[in-house]
Structure formats: structure tokens, C-alpha cells
Design a binder for this molecule. Structure first.
Ligand code: DAT
Length: 174
């Protein structure tokens, strides 16, 4: 069955603004915010808790099994700091959010991230790890890189994605 609503992945280093973007998009559109972190936690798609990194050790196979009855039907804004685990056929747009490293440092510090986790995430942002992952996993015309430095960026990015959703629906109707 072809999708009548698109699936969009909002990805990027922790702290770039994925959840803020997903929540605003979900409020403004009919798409549903799918927090992978929440799914992993609620549906037990993990092999336990990494105490040093304070994060779940994700069981990707279990996660994909759990998503495959809903996500391919469309209508999801997927909130996750990775995108290459999702089959290309599920995803219509990958938005990679980027932010300035001093801003990211402040946001992660405010979250009380352990120093090692904070440094790893800063390095990852500087090295464009998630942008690279998106470009390797998806066609160039599916991947878009957007800045998320200021509140104004959040507003303009969401407006841009909303316009993209409308265009996608026009292109995919009938
Ligand atoms: P993520 O889900 O990527 O971890 P988040 O949406 O929880 O990020 O945002 C982390 C913090 O940064 C939160 O306090 C909101 C703030 N923030 C996010 N995007 C922003 C932006 N474009 N301008 C200013 N603050 C932003």
C-alpha cells in the first residue's frame, strides 16, 4: 500500500533540537511524533542500561520488529540520533539538525551529561557523524541539513518541513 502521509526522520547529535522540532511539527500537522527513545524504553527494545553513558543499549532488531507494523504505513515524525537502521523504503525525508558546538556544549551541560558522553557528542557534531550517516544511508535528495542554533531557526525549519509535507502529499496523491 502506498503511503498517504510521509515518514520523516529528524536526526542529529543529542541536544541539537530533535524533540523540540518533532513536538512543534506534531502540533502543527497530522503526523505523529515517534520518540525512538520512548519506544526502546516502553517496549523493552534494549539489552539493558549503560550506566556510564546513561543510555539504553538498543536492540535494533527488536526495535525494527516492533516498528514494522506501524511505521511503513506513514504519518510519523521519527525522533532519533541515528537514521541508518531504518530501511530506505520506510523514509521519505531525513532532516539532519546541526548546531554550533558552544551552544551544544551549553545544552548538554544543562542536562548534566557525564563529561565523557558530553565530549563524545561534541566530537560527533564537529565531525558531522550523523550527516555522514544520513548521506551514506539515503539518496541525496532525501537528506536535508538544517541549522538549529536559535529559536527562530526552529520556527523557520518547521515551516519549511510543513511546506515539504504539503508538496509531498500533492506529489503522492492518486
Ligand atoms: P534533542 O532532542 O536533539 O536532544 P532537544 O529538542 O531536547 O534536543 O533540545 C535540547 C535543548 O536545546 C532544549 O533545552 C531546547 C534547546 N533547543 C533546541 N533547539 C533549539 C534552537 N533551535 N534554539 C534554541 N534552543 C534550542
Amino acid at each position: 500500500m502506498p503511503r498517504t502521509q510521509p515518514n520523516i526522520v529528524i536526526t542529529g547529535t543529542p541536544g541539537v533540537g530533535k524533540t523540540s522540532h518533532c513536538e512543534l511539527l506534531a502540533a502543527n500537522t497530522v503526523l505523529k511524533h515517534l520518540s525512538i527513545n520512548q519506544v526502546v524504553k516502553d517496549r523493552g527494545c534494549h539489552d539493558g542500561w549503560d550506566a556510564e553513558f546513561k543510555s539504553w543499549i538498543v536492540d535494533e532488531e527488536k526495535l525494527l520488529d516492533s516498528l514494522e507494523t506501524e511505521v511503513p504505513n506513514g504519518g510519523y515524525i521519527i525522533d532519533w540520533h541515528a537514521c541508518d537502521l531504518f530501511p530506505e523504503s520506510w523514509i521519505d525525508l531525513v532532516v539532519v539538525l546541526r548546531t554550533d558546538s558552544t551552544k551544544l556544549y551549553d545544552r548538554l551541560k544543562a542536562r548534566n551529561y557525564p563529561e565523557k558522553k558530553l565530549q563524545e557528542n561534541l566530537d560527533s557534531e564537529i565531525m558531522e557523524v550523523l550527516l555522514e550517516e544520513a548521506r551514506e544511508g539515503f539518496d541525496a535528495d532525501v537528506v536535508v541539513e538544517l541549522r538549529s542554533d536559535e529559536v527562530g531557526d526552529l520556527q523557520s525549519n518547521v515551516e519549511r518541513i510543513e511546506a515539504w509535507i504539503e508538496a509531498w502529499k500533492k506529489d503522492n496523491s492518486g
